[in-house]
Write a protein that binds this ligand. Structure first.
Ligand SMILES: C[S@@+](CC[C@H](N)C(=O)[O-])C[C@H]1O[C@@H](n2cnc3c(N)ncnc32)[C@H](O)[C@@H]1O
Length: 233
């Protein structure tokens, strides 16, 4: 049992994918479809899903006829191994970069945004959804901060500013705090994580404290989730 728990904690994305049976971002497949619509992903559109995880969004893009590939530094289902700070893609080779719940994990986001800009062609679009914080992010130690998508989370203002400084025009920003709360409820209804983490002793207690801190931040509105589409200027 202990070995199983250790494996679950050491492979957080695979564990969460198993628990949620859906993409690892608030709003699930519905929010991806909405982002793909807003970024005009249609038959033939070249899509790069940066931080593709298990590849659900790549499948959704392909289902609408797009030529989609995924990149992830830990690809779990057919994606290409690669990092947002050095995308394994040639210049001007992509119409839409999709980046769902990944920028908040990237240490050098300016570099990642420049990389996204580099691979996009002249009419390129970035379709992004991400965690945002207002004020200071909760002080959650690594690796828990990464599991909770709070390791490098920006404020909404800083996120938009970074995009605009890298040559993007942000056209459509929406708030999805309710999707974050629904995801929390979904995890809550599927896993008794308090008992589960209780079995991990001190480490589990620390993770539980971090989850409670995250929940308090979402309830107060200090932590939220946004989506946006940005076009190459
Ligand atoms: C919260 S999951 C989101 C996965 C997927 N986009 C989705 O919505 O289901 C974050 C993913 O980003 C990947 N990731 C984190 N930092 C990355 C980086 N610097 N470059 C590439 N992938 C990264 C992780 O391996 C993980 O699969």
């Amino acid at each position: 049992m202990q070995g199983l728990l250790e494996t679950a904690v050491e492979n957080p994305w695979s564990t969460l994918e198993y628990v949620l049976d859906s993409p690892l971002h608030p709003g699930g497949r519905e929010s991806t479809e909405s982002l793909l619509n807003r970024a005009d992903v249609a038959p033939g559109t070249r899509v790069l899903d940066a931080g593709c995880g298990a590849g659900d969004s790549v499948t959704l893009a392909r289902n609408r006829g797009a030529r989609a590939v995924g990149v992830d530094h830990d690809p779990r289902s057919g994606g290409v191994r690669g990092d947002l700070s050095a995308l394994p893609v040639q210049d001007d080779n992509v119409d839409v970069v999709l980046a769902e719940c990944v920028m908040c994990l990237v240490p050098d986001q300016s570099l990642a945004v420049q990389e996204i800009r580099r691979v996009l062609g002249p009419d390129g679009r970035l379709a992004l959804s991400d965690m945002v914080v207002s004020g200071a992010a909760p002080d959650i130690p690594a690796p828990m901060s990464e599991v909770l998508c709070l390791s490098n989370t920006s404020s909404r203002v800083a996120l938009l500013d970074r995009l605009e400084r890298s040559g993007f025009v942000v056209t459509d920003v929406r708030d999805h705090r309710e999707d974050l709360l629904a995801m929390r409820d979904q995890i809550d209804s599927r896993v008794d994580y308090e008992s589960f983490l209780g079995l991990l002793g001190d480490r589990g207690d620390r993770l539980l404290d971090s989850i409670r801190e995250l929940e308090a931040g979402v309830e107060s509105g200090e932590i939220s989730y946004v989506s946006l589409v940005a076009s190459v200027d």
